[in-house]
Design a protein around this ligand. Structure first.
Ligand SMILES: [Zn+2]
Ligand SMILES: [Zn+2]
Length: 757
């Protein structure tokens, strides 16, 4: 499938002067990967045609004392910088723009909306190899006969020059070839080619090699029959192909959302178009990828953080050329170039990982909607527990809601009940009713899943005599005890401390308090010695392939008990699990973050959804010290829908998103008072700008005031709609950059923050 195009002769020394001077006098506004919210002006390189300097084209430019890759954003006639001071850009790296106009505009829009330096935004959309100047189209050096060589070489070369003649003969047959191909065919290396080159018989040239599109058809293997709700969903999405539409596919766990994606994508491929699928975490969803591979005999590009630079570049190229029919990736794949986009799918759209939490703080889900709108194509947001943002949208546009109420193959929904931890004794965080239920389900030959969103052995190391506990030296947080390691680990900054046996204050013995997944594993192994157990969290699944291997052992029923964190809730199918125990539902019930209850409800429903996916009905036990908490009551009696309705009403009454817009200005510094001083100056600066319609709340210390040795504070911006907020940010941020107090802090702006810390 390799086709070649665009042959460029190697420079032939001084003699190759070119006439075209169209670029001269033109100013290039260039985006550079630097933390500055601006473009940089350069003179267009001399002798380069204007057509080679289109927006989106990468070019080398001098920047300070370095030479860096920049991306042309605009060509202008004038610059505010005197022309004598303007430096010259070098020649473009590629003959074509790296970014098509649509993608470039999306990137500029994103930089503007999230108030992030455009150069960094564009850099984030490129694989590392492109940031470092690798050509978009891979180049290779080819050899061919010169006219002279074609006509004269075999006559002039003596009969005994066997090696030279064999190469000439080979080139007569193939017209052009790489040195490697010629070596394979004749057994002669490039030293012989250079001899021929010196005599003028052969020449080399550089050619762009690219895998080109074959968009005619990707074979689709037979698909299962859909139920009525699935069919309605597929039909609705397919009828909207070719125009913008936002669909929310709200399907209870196990209702067959993936099958809807697959059949809609089959239609997209049939039209010769590509599909972009975003998932929370590739490494955690091997089963989903396997289903795509099983169904489609079409090339996939899979983009995730585990790729090497080379693999990442190949995936990017295949997406851009159209060679990859389906592009599946995590958050950053929203910026994948697409030759013929037809559909965007966001699986598990509620997942917090779609929001980048540092640097360029974008929401891939929100940008996906913007991108679909700009492309004029539909987008499907799928979830069993949709975000309140997406649910609020379907309240305004009820026709965009696609419901899958049934579990596929008539599987029964799980039964939820609460265990009051205040009334029941237990062993190490597992109450007696839960232990009895475990025994019952294991005896029936089924699997049991224990969920606890806390890795490690114990969250606190405590002295019972004097009340001392082990803290991180750099954070306002306890350090976590890890079994089998002699260290105490801070989960917030990664700092390790030596474990101790005796209290540093009173010298009595200290003890671990509370439970992490490691301790649950230890307890369960003692109580159920005959039932093989697998612990699934970031510590136990560190090695590549470990998760797949463990999932296979679960699938074969070799593993009987699963203990794990959030990792267990993401997309896996455990058809033999009939009991789920949520060991501690109380983390998140009383958080200061307005989204905490939404997250908790989503987690409980997602983990509950792992139970009883086959013909066996599942049982879900939720351990809590607050059995009367309204959130738990709503979830228990009305499910996620009832919870979401209550939560939306509360958000509307208290003025939180999705009914309002917020942004967060964060500041941190090693100096204790610097963040507050900066934020106070920021408040004054905002007052002077007198933009109406934005409330400033704060400054206030961050919920964890000190983290990794830095003091942190924040200021919340609150507005009824996004226009006044954006208007303020547009004039306020330049003012913040100029504040003297800004020199003593690291600050960042987070538009539509996912978490308030
Ligand atoms: Zn003590
Ligand atoms: Zn720490």
């Amino acid at each position: 499938m390799r086709r070649r195009r665009g042959s460029t002769p190697l420079p032939q020394g001084e003699g190759s002067a070119r006439e075209a001077r169209a670029g001269e006098g033109v100013i290039l506004a260039i985006a550079i990967d630097a933390p500055l919210r601006r473009l940089f002006d350069y003179q267009a390189p001399a002798g380069v045609e204007a057509a080679a300097l289109r927006p989106g084209t990468r070019t080398w430019v001098p920047f300070g004392r370095r030479r860096v890759v920049g991306v042309i954003i605009e060509c202008r006639d004038t610059s505010s910088i005197p022309s004598a001071k303007l430096r010259n850009a070098h020649a473009p790296i590629d003959p074509e723009p790296t970014f098509d106009p649509g993608l470039l505009e999306l990137l500029r829009w994103s930089a503007d909306y999230y108030r992030h330096p455009v150069g960094e935004v564009i850099a984030a959309a490129m694989p590392a190899a492109l940031r470092q100047g690798t050509a978009v189209t891979p180049e290779e050096t080819l050899w061919r006969l010169t006219t002279f060589g074609r006509e004269q070489a075999l006559e002039q070369l003596g009969k005994r020059a066997v090696r030279l003649r064999s190469l000439i003969t080979a080139l007569h047959e193939t017209a052009e070839a790489t040195a490697q191909t010629l070596a394979d065919a004749t057994g002669n290396g490039s030293d012989v080619l250079r001899t021929l080159e010196a005599r003028g018989y052969v020449e080399r040239f550089i050619q762009a090699a690219t895998r080109t599109e074959d968009l005619s058809h990707g074979a689709v293997r037979p698909a299962p029959t859909l139920n009525d709700a699935q069919r309605h969903a597929v039909t609705s999405v397919c009828e909207s192909l070719g125009r913008f539409a936002t669909w929310l596919l709200h399907g209870v766990t196990g209702s067959g959302k993936t099958e809807v994606y697959l059949q809609a994508i089959a239609e997209v491929l049939g039209r010769g178009q590509q599909a972009l699928v975003l998932v929370p975490e590739i490494a955690l969803t091997p089963q989903l990828i396997a289903r795509f591979r099983d169904r489609f005999d079409a090339p996939l590009a899979i983009v995730h953080s585990g790729l090497s630079d080379g693999e990442r570049l190949t995936a990017w190229r295949d997406a851009r050329s159209g060679a990859a029919r389906i592009v599946i990736g995590t958050r950053s794949a929203i910026f994948a170039p697409l030759a013929k986009p037809g559909l965007i799918v966001i699986d598990e759209e509620h997942d917090v990982s779609f929001k980048q939490q540092e640097g360029f703080r974008y929401s891939a889900r929100d940008l996906a909607i913007v991108r679909a709108q700009r492309l004029g194509i539909p987008i499907v947001l799928g979830s069993a527990t949709p975000s309140l943002e997406s649910l609020a949208r379907t309240r305004r546009q009820p026709e965009t809601l696609l419901l899958l109420p049934q579990r596929a193959a008539d599987a029964q929904p799980p039964r939820l009940s609460l265990i009051d931890l205040r009334k029941h004794a237990g062993a190490q965080g597992i109450a007696t009713p839960a232990l009895l239920a475990m025994r019952r389900h294991l005896d029936a030959g089924n699997q049991v899943l224990l969920f606890l969103n806390r890795r490690g052995y114990a969250p606190v190391l405590f002295c019972p005599s004097c009340g001392w506990s082990a803290h991180c030296a750099r954070c306002d947080a306890h350090v976590t005890v890890h079994r089998g390691s002699s260290d105490l680990l801070c989960h917030h900054c990664g700092t390790q401390q030596r474990a101790i046996e005796k209290c540093p204050t009173c010298s009595e013995l200290v003890k671990p308090v509370g439970q992490g997944t490691e301790r649950i594993e230890e307890t369960i192994e003692q109580l159920f010695p005959g039932s093989p157990l697998a612990r699934i969290d970031r510590d136990s699944m560190r090695r590549k392939g470990e998760l797949e291997a463990t999932l296979a052992r679960i699938d074969s029923n070799e593993i009987r008990i699963l203990v794990g964190t959030q990792m267990l809730t993401k997309g896996h199918h455990f058809p033999n699990v009939t009991l789920v125990v949520v060991l501690n539902a109380d983390q998140g019930l009383f958080s200061t973050d307005f989204r905490a209850s939404e997250r908790l409800a989503q987690t409980i429903v997602q983990v509950a959804g792992r139970a009883g996916r086959a013909e066996r009905a599942g049982e879900v036990l939720i351990q809590t010290e607050y059995p009367d908490h309204p959130l738990l009551t709503l979830l228990l009696h009305g499910g996620y829908d009832a919870f979401a309705a209550g939560a939306l009403q509360e958000r509307e009454q208290s003025g939180w998103p999705p009914y309002t817009r917020i942004a967060l200005l964060r500041a941190e510094a090693t100096q204790r008072d610097a963040p507050r001083r900066f934020l106070e100056a920021a408040v004054s600066a905002a007052r002077e700008l007198s933009v109406r319609g934005v409330k400033l709340l704060g400054p206030a210390p961050a919920p964890m005031e000190r983290r990794a040795g830095r003091h942190r504070a924040q200021l919340l911006l609150h507005a009824a709609t996004h226009q006044p907020l954006q208007r303020l940010l547009g004039v306020w941020i330049p003012a913040l950059e100029a504040l003297p107090e800004a020199r003593h802090v690291r600050w960042s702006i987070d538009v539509d923050p996912a978490e308030l810390f």
